[in-house]
Design a protein around this ligand. Structure first.
Ligand code: GAP
Length: 440
C-alpha cells in the first residue's frame, strides 16, 4: 500500500471538496466572490465537529473557563481603544499598470510580480470592514465588522466574572465569525475575508505570565494531536521583536506544514494588561480585579489562544488526504480521526433483496440517534466503500446472507479495510468505543 503526496495536493483537495460537498465558492452561480467560502453538507459536519471538540476541551472538561457569544457589531469606540482603527493595517503597494494590489512584504524589488509594471510607494491599508448602523450613512453611524472575537471577551470581563464567581486564573472562550479585508487572500480557505475564530482569553496574575504561556502552548499543541494531526507536521514558531503584534509581550504560533510552506494556524499571545487597561481608561469602568484573600488589586494579564476554525479544518483535510494503491487499484481516502469524521458509519445491504435492505434500514434507525450515518444500497459494494473512503467515513456496516441467520454484520475499518463480524446488538457500544475510546 503506497501513499502518494503530490505537489498539486491543494488542487486535488479543492476539487474533492467541491465534488463531495465539503466546500464551495460563495455565490458561485454569479461567478463567485473572491475569498468567501460556503460549507456544504459534509463541510459543515466537519466544521461543527472541530468546533465542538474545541468547545468541550475549553468549557466542559475543565472548570476554569466560561463560554461567551458576543455580537459581531460592537460600539465603534471598542476598535479605537483596542488600537485597531489606528494600527490594524498592512502596508500595501499597487501596480500602476495592471492595478493589482499586493502586501508589501510579498513583493521583492520594485516591479509588479504580475506584469512587471511600476509599483506605488507602500501605503497603510486598514483591514477592518466598515458599515453603517441605522438609516443614515454618515461618519457618526460607522460601525466595524469585528476583525477578531477577542474584544467581545474583554468588554464582557466584568459581566462574566460576577455571575460565574471565577477569579484569576480563569478564562473566557468564544467561537465566532471575524472579518478582515485582506489585501491578498488565497490558498483556498487559508486566508479569506470572512472566517471563524476559536479564541480563549485566560486572565492571570501578572507575575504568572511565563508559567501560563508555557502551559497554554503545550495544551493547544496537544489539542491538535488529539484531532489526529501528525506530530511531524506541527511546530511552534516564536515571534521575534519585528513580528510581535503591537499588544503582545511574547507570542508563539502553532504552524502546520502546508503544501505552500509552514504557516500559522493558531497564535498564543501574552497580551499583558494592554486590553483591560485600555478599556478601563477609555470606558471609565474599572476592569481591575480585587483579590479578597491577598488583599491585592491588579489588572489581569491575558494569555490568549487564538485559533482559526477554517485553518484547523484545512489542516484536518490535508493531513487526512491519502492516495493509495490497493491490489492494483487506486483509492483516495480521507483518514480522519473518527471523532472529526463528518459521517461515522455507512450502512449497506450487500444486495437489494432477501430482506437485506429492510434489516440495513433498521440498523440505520438503531445508529442514527447516536451517530451521523449514511445508508447506501446503490452499486457494487466495493464502490460504495470507496465512495465513503473518499469522504473519510471510518466504518462500514454490511448486511449479508449470514446476517439473516445469526444477526451479525461485517464491520469494515476504513484505513486497514479489515472486516470483522459483530452482533447488531453490540454495534452502538463498539462504535462508541472506537470513536470516543469509551463505552457510552
Ligand atoms: N485575537 C488575536 C488574533 O486575532 P491573529 O493571529 O490575527 O490573532 C488568529 O489570528 C487566528 O485566526 C490565526 O492563527 C488564523 O488561524 C485565523 N485567521 C486570521 N486571519 C485569517 C484569515 N484571513 N483567514 C482565515 N483565518 C484567519
Amino acid at each position: 500500500m503506497a501513499n502518494k503526496k503530490t505537489p498539486d495536493l491543494m488542487d486535488k483537495l479543492v476539487s474533492l471538496c467541491k465534488r463531495r460537498g465539503f466546500i464551495f465558492q460563495s455565490s458561485e452561480i454569479y461567478g463567485g466572490i473572491n475569498s468567501c467560502w460556503d460549507y456544504g453538507p459534509l463541510g459543515v459536519e466537519l466544521k461543527n465537529n472541530i468546533k465542538q471538540l474545541w468547545w468541550k476541551s475549553m468549557t466542559q472538561f475543565r472548570d476554569d473557563i466560561e463560554g461567551l457569544d458576543a455580537s459581531i457589531l460592537m460600539h465603534p469606540q471598542v476598535w479605537i481603544t483596542s488600537g485597531h482603527v489606528s494600527s490594524f493595517a498592512d502596508p500595501m503597494v499597487d501596480c500602476k499598470n495592471c492595478k493589482m494590489r499586493f502586501r508589501a512584504e510579498e513583493v521583492q524589488g520594485t516591479k509588479c510580480p504580475n506584469c512587471g509594471g511600476e509599483l506605488t510607494e507602500a501605503r497603510q491599508f486598514n483591514l477592518m470592514f466598515k458599515t453603517h448602523m441605522g438609516p443614515v450613512e454618515d461618519d457618526a453611524s460607522v460601525v466595524y465588522l469585528r476583525p477578531e472575537t477577542a474584544q467581545g471577551i474583554y468588554v464582557n470581563f466584568l459581566n462574566v466574572l460576577a455571575p460565574s464567581r471565577q477569579k484569576p486564573p480563569f478564562g473566557i472562550a468564544q467561537i465566532g465569525k471575524a472579518f478582515r479585508n485582506e489585501i491578498s487572500p488565497g490558498n483556498f480557505i487559508f486566508r479569506s475575508r470572512e472566517f471563524e475564530q476559536m479564541e480563549m482569553q485566560f486572565f492571570i496574575h501578572p507575575k504568572e505570565d511565563d508559567k501560563w504561556i508555557e502551559y497554554w502552548k503545550e495544551e493547544r499543541m496537544k489539542w491538535y494531536h488529539s484531532l489526529g494531526i501528525k506530530k511531524e507536521n506541527l511546530r511552534f514558531h516564536q515571534h521575534d521583536k519585528k513580528e510581535l503584534a503591537f499588544y503582545a509581550k511574547k507570542a508563539f504560533d502553532i504552524e502546520y506544514n502546508f503544501p505552500f510552506g509552514w504557516k500559522e494556524i493558531e497564535g498564543i499571545h501574552n497580551r499583558t494588561d494592554y486590553d483591560l487597561s485600555r478599556h478601563t481608561q477609555a470606558s471609565g469602568k474599572d476592569l481591575s480585579f480585587y483579590d479578597d484573600q491577598t488583599k491585592e488589586r491588579f489588572i489581569p494579564y491575558i494569555i490568549e489562544t487564538s485559533a482559526g476554525v477554517d485553518r484547523s479544518l484545512l489542516v484536518c483535510l490535508l493531513d487526512a488526504y491519502h492516495e493509495e494503491v490497493v491490489k492494483d487499484e487506486e483509492r483516495t481516502v480521507l483518514k480522519f480521526d473518527p471523532k472529526i469524521a463528518p459521517i461515522k458509519a455507512g450502512v449497506y445491504p450487500l444486495v437489494k433483496r432477501d430482506n437485506m435492505p429492510e434489516i440495513a434500514k433498521k440498523i440505520e434507525d438503531l445508529l442514527r440517534p447516536h451517530f451521523k450515518v449514511f445508508y447506501d444500497e446503490g452499486g457494487a459494494i466495493g464502490r460504495r466503500y470507496r465512495r465513503q473512503d473518499e469522504v473519510g467515513t471510518p466504518f462500514g456496516i454490511t448486511v449479508d446472507s449470514q446476517t439473516l441467520q445469526d444477526q451479525t454484520v461485517t464491520l469494515r475499518e476504513r484505513d486497514s479495510m479489515e472486516q470483522t463480524r459483530v452482533k447488531i446488538d453490540d454495534l452502538v457500544g463498539i462504535l462508541n468505543k472506537k470513536i470516543w475510546g469509551i463505552e457510552k
